[in-house]
Write a protein that binds this ligand. Structure first.
Ligand code: UN1
Length: 507
C-alpha cells in the first residue's frame, strides 16, 4: 500500500511523515504556508510540506551566493570527488528514492528507479568532466603572445524543474553545475516536493562529510509568484535552467532577458515517430508503446504523433490496438503495472478536453481514452490530422495521434510542422530513408533517432530541442559550457607591445 511504502522509506530518505520544511539554505527552515502532498496513486496524503515565503527565498539566494564563492575556489577534480560521493549515496538509496518518485509522481517502479539511475549516470559523467573542463590555446597573431580560452564558474545557477522527472532533471543540472564550480538554487515543481527534499538531504549529508557548505545545493519550494518570479528576476542568478511548459518558459525567458541574464530552456515537445514501409514492425510497436504509453504519456519526450506509411498502417494500427488492450493500468507500485495514474485532476481533465476537441475536429478514437476511477485513464489512439490545433499542442497525457503518409517528404514535412522541436524518430530498414531523416532536410529536432523511439535518451548526449522547446541543451556532450563563463585571455611575454591588426598608435 502507499502508506506502507511511505512508512518504509521515509526514514532512509530523511523525510518526516508529518511536516517537512521545503526550504534549505544550509539549514532547514520555511515560514510559508503548509501544504499537504497527496499521492496520485490513491489520493491520500503522504506528508505535509512547508513552503517558502519571499524572505525565505532571499535567505536561500544569499546563502547560495556565499557558498558559491568558497566552492569556486575548490579545485574542479575535488569538486568532482564530492559529486562522486553524491552518486554513491544515490546508488545506496536507489530503491528508496525510486519508490518515492512512484509515490509522489505516480511512475511505475521501473521508471522511478530508471530516473534515479539517470541521476547516478550523470554524477559519473560529471566526475569525469571535473577533470576535463578544458579550454583551448589559440595561435596569436602577435609575436611573444599566447592566447587561451578558459572556463570559470558562473556563480549561482537557478533550476526550475517539472513534476514528471522530479529528481533526474535536478541532477542533470546540479551535478554538472557543481563540478563547474557553481552553487544551485532549486525550485522544484510544487507537485513533487518530497522527492526534492529527499535529494537535497542526500546532497547535504555528502557536503557535510566533506566539509563543504551544503548551501551550494539550495532549495526553495513555493509557487511561481513567490519563488519563480523572484528567481527569474534575481541578478545574483547568472543562469536560469528551466524545464516545463512552453508557457512557463516564455515567462522565464522574458523576465531573465530583461536583465540580460542567461537561460537554458527545456520546454514542450510534440514528438513523432515515422514508420516507413520497410520498418521492422515488431520493433516499431515496442518503441511506440514505450514512447506513447510509458510514464502515462507524461514525458517531454513522449511520442504524441505516429506518422505511418499507408501501406503498413492497417497492420501497425491493428497490432497497436491489440497491445493497448493488454496494458495493465493501475497501482504503479505493482511490478506488472505499465501505466500508472496521471499527476492530478487537471491532467485528467486536460486529456478529456483534448479528446473531445479531437472528436469535434473529426478525429476517430481507435481505442482507449476512458477515464477510470481516481486519476487513472486508458491510453488512447486517435486517427487525426497534423494541422488540427489539438494535434499541434502538447497534451501531457497518453494520447497518440495517428496519421498516414504517402511519401517520405510528406512525412518529414508533417513531423517538422509543429511549434515544438524536441525529439523524433524513424523506423526504417532503408539506409536512404534513415540518412535523409538525419540530414539537414530531415528532422528539425534536437533529438533524432533511427529504429528506437522518441523517449528514454541516455545522459551522455546533449538533451534539448529547437523552436518552442527553447533551444537549451543540458546533460551530456559539451552542455557543461552553459554552466560556465568563457574567458579569452592573451598574455604578452615579450618586451614589446605590438597591437593586433598591425595598428600603430603613437610612436
Ligand atoms: C523530461 O521528460 O523532462 O529522454 C525528460 C527521456 C528522459 C528524460 C525526459 N531521459 O525520456
Amino acid at each position: 500500500s502507499v502508506a506502507g511504502v511511505a512508512r518504509a522509506i521515509f526514514p532512509e530518505l530523511g523525510l518526516s511523515a508529518k511536516s517537512n520544511a521545503g526550504v534549505f539554505d544550509g539549514a532547514w527552515r520555511a515560514s510559508g504556508e503548509t501544504v499537504e502532498k497527496c499521492s496520485p496513486i490513491d489520493g491520500k496524503p503522504l506528508a505535509r510540506v512547508r513552503h517558502a515565503t519571499g524572505e525565505d527565498y532571499e535567505r536561500v539566494a544569499a546563502a547560495a551566493q556565499r557558498a558559491g564563492l568558497a566552492w569556486r575556489e575548490v579545485p574542479a577534480p575535488k569538486r568532482g570527488e564530492v559529486v562522486r560521493q553524491l552518486g554513491n549515496a544515490l546508488r545506496e538509496r536507489k530503491a528508496a528514492l525510486g519508490r518515492l518518485v512512484s509515490l509522489e509522481a505516480g511512475k511505475i517502479i521501473a521508471e522511478g528507479e530508471g530516473e534515479v539511475q539517470e541521476m547516478i549516470d550523470i554524477c559519473d559523467f560529471a566526475v569525469g568532466l571535473s577533470r576535463q573542463l578544458h579550454g583551448l590555446t589559440i595561435a596569436s597573431e602577435r609575436p611573444g603572445h599566447r592566447m587561451m580560452e578558459q572556463w570559470h564558474p558562473l556563480g549561482v545557477v537557478g533550476i526550475i524543474s517539472a513534476f514528471n522527472f522530479p529528481v533526474a532533471v535536478w541532477s542533470w543540472n546540479s551535478a554538472v553545475a557543481a563540478v563547474a564550480g557553481n552553487a544551485t538554487l532549486w525550485k522544484p515543481s510544487e507537485k513533487t516536493p518530497l522527492t526534492a527534499i529527499a535529494c537535497v538531504k542526500i546532497a547535504e549529508k555528502v557536503c557535510r562529510a566533506n566539509g563543504v557548505d551544503p548551501a551550494i545545493f539550495g532549495l526553495v519550494i513555493g509557487d511561481g509568484a513567490t519563488v519563480g518570479e523572484r528567481l527569474a528576476a534575481d541578478r545574483r542568478v547568472a543562469l536560469v535552467s528551466a524545464t516545463g511548459s512552453t508557457r512557463m518558459g516564455k515567462r522565464v525567458g522574458e523576465v531573465v532577458a530583461q536583465r540580460l541574464g542567461r537561460t537554458l530552456l527545456e520546454l514542450g515537445g510534440n514528438n513523432a515517430i515515422i514508420v516507413a514501409p520497410s520498418a521492422d514492425l515488431e520493433l516499431a510497436v515496442r518503441g511506440i508503446l514505450f514512447g506513447a504509453v510509458g510514464t502515462a504519456g507524461q514525458r517531454c519526450t513522449s511520442t504524441r504523433r505516429l506518422i505511418v506509411h499507408e501501406s503498413v498502417k492497417d497492420k501497425l494500427v491493428a497490432r497497436l490496438v491489440a497491445a493497448y488492450g493488454q496494458l495493465s493500468i493501475g497501482n504503479p507500485l505493482q511490478r506488472r503495472t505499465l501505466v500508472g495514474p496521471l499527476i492530478d485532476e487537471a491532467a485528467v481533465a486536460g486529456m478529456m478536453n483534448a479528446l473531445a476537441e479531437a472528436k469535434r475536429s473529426g478525429g476517430t478514437i481507435l481505442c482507449g481514452g476512458e477515464r477510470r476511477r481516481g486519476l487513472y485513464v486508458s491510453p488512447c489512439l486517435v486517427e487525426a490530422r497534423n494541422e488540427w490545433p489539438v494535434v499541434q499542442a502538447e497534451t501531457f497525457a497518453p494520447i497518440l495521434y495517428v496519421m498516414s503518409y504517402r511519401t517520405l517528404e510528406e512525412a518529414i514535412a508533417w513531423q517538422n510542422a509543429v511549434p515544438q522541436g524536441l525529439s523524433s524518430a524513424i523506423f526504417t530498414r532503408d539506409l536512404r530513408e534513415a540518412e535523409t531523416f538525419l540530414s539537414a532536410r530531415g528532422s528539425d529536432c534536437g533529438i533524432a533517432n533511427v529504429n528506437i523511439g522518441t523517449s528514454g535518451a541516455e545522459i551522455g548526449g546533449a538533451f534539448g530541442g529547437e523552436k518552442e522547446t527553447g533551444g537549451g541543451r543540458e546533460s551530456g556532450s559539451d552542455a557543461w559550457k552553459a554552466y560556465m563563463r568563457r574567458q579569452t585571455a592573451t598574455v604578452n611575454y615579450s618586451d614589446a607591445l605590438p597591437l593586433a591588426q598591425g595598428i600603430t598608435f603613437g610612436a
